[in-house]
Design a protein around this ligand. Structure first.
Ligand code: IPM
Ligand code: MG
Length: 361
């Protein structure tokens, strides 16, 4: 089959890790008889440097015409990069928010898994990490505070800023359906996270989620307040299967969840719309401090490419092969510096990509 993929190398370590993911995908194509067609587009700082804006209409049109988008990372050092002297709508992150909205990528899947081989990196107490965990955060991605009306005004000499948190029931229903659908393929539990003791948007969230739950009688539903969830993630992460939540809560909780795995360089993500189309990117950022040094961990991007094979192309066998290659390389004791531990062999970013590609069967 022909896979028409748009790549966004982006900024910082982005170009390096996307290069390694392509190496692995090319091997998959060879082994399984597919044709990969890649088209690069600019986004974030890379686009600002060339076009003066973080995302052009042309880039959006190119992405729309593809089957899927594979992204590295965007953004720079917010204190030193000139990109952050620009007004907010022209900064790198505006490109990412822009493409999410333009492609209607409302469902953001962020798996957080504790890898057995990397359990030592988990910052939690041994008795907690020993239970292991495998959760998926289903974050709403095109609504809420991120896309509500905002303004900064001055009233009677006092500066005032307003951000608005809005959800309508259709936005909540479609993400809830995604959450329950994926729970059916997992451990059949949904924890819906909100702040229903304070926010109207959360009370609506809760009632719509309960309506949707009626269509999935096999799935256990529980509601949890977001502050409690933040606590439970470090106290007992094994209790979670699918965490279903709105945009801002999902942003914060997914960083926390990835931190407790101890290996953020390993975590993939997918942003999906109502079709098979998706944008796939590692959960980590652009790490400008280590860019260009060939030491970044490409595994999160490689695993994002596996999610792309699975969700956008229905190529489950190929996705399994990529995930198996990752497991095997870890088992063999190969590590990039971020996950290095005593007795293992340290490899570079490109070295890791090569090892993974070699293990595609
Ligand atoms: C993320 C990032 C983005 C977000 C930033 C870069 C705008 O933190 O993907 O989690 O807040 O959504
Ligand atoms: Mg974030």
């Amino acid at each position: 089959m022909e896979l028409n993929i748009v790549c966004i190398p982006g900024d910082g370590i982005g170009p390096e890790i996307v290069k390694e993911a392509k190496k692995v995908l090319n091997r998959v194509a060879e082994r399984y008889g597919h044709q990969m067609k890649y088209t690069d587009i600019l986004m974030g700082g890379a686009s600002i440097d060339v076009h003066g804006v973080p995302l052009t209409e042309e880039a959006v049109a190119t992405a729309k015409a593809a089957d899927a988008v594979l992204m590295g990372s965007i953004g720079g050092d917010t204190t030193t990069s000139p990109w952050y002297q620009l007004p907010p709508h022209l900064r790198p992150e505006a490109g990412l928010l822009g493409i999410r909205k333009a492609l209607n990528l409302f469902a953001n899947l962020r798996p957080a898994v504790l890898y057995g081989e990397l359990a030592d990196a988990c910052p939690l107490k041994k008795e907690i990490s020993a239970q292991g965990f495998d959760m998926l955060i289903m974050r709403e991605l095109t609504g809420g505070l991120y896309f509500g009306e905002r303004k900064t005004v001055e009233e009677n000499g006092i500066r005032k800023a307003v951000d608005t948190l809005t959800y309508d029931e259709t936005e909540i229903r479609r993400i809830a359906v995604k959450g329950f659908t994926i729970a059916m393929k997992r451990k059949k539990k949904v924890t819906s996270v909100d702040k229903a003791n304070v926010l109207d948007s959360s009370r609506l969230w809760r009632s719509v989620v309960e309506e949707v739950a009626k269509d999935y009688p096999e799935v256990e539903l529980e509601h949890m307040l977001v502050d409690n969830c933040a606590m439970q993630l470090v106290k007992n992460p094994a209790q979670f299967d699918v965490i279903l939540t709105e945009n801002m809560f999902g942003d914060i909780l997914s960083d926390e969840a990835s931190m407790v795995t101890g290996s953020i360089g390993m975590l993939a993500s997918a942003s999906l719309n109502d079709t098979k189309f998706g944008l796939y990117e590692p959960s980590h950022g652009s790490a400008p401090d280590i860019a260009g040094k060939d030491i970044a961990n490409p595994i999160a991007t490689v695993l994002s490419a596996a999610m792309m094979l699975r969700y956008s192309f229905d190529l489950d066998k190929e996705a399994d092969a990529v995930e198996a290659a990752v497991q095997e390389v870890l088992k063999d004791g190969c590590r990039t510096v971020d996950i290095m531990s005593a007795g293992c062999r340290q490899v570079s970013c490109s070295g890791m990509g090569t090892l993974l590609a070699e293990r595609i069967r």
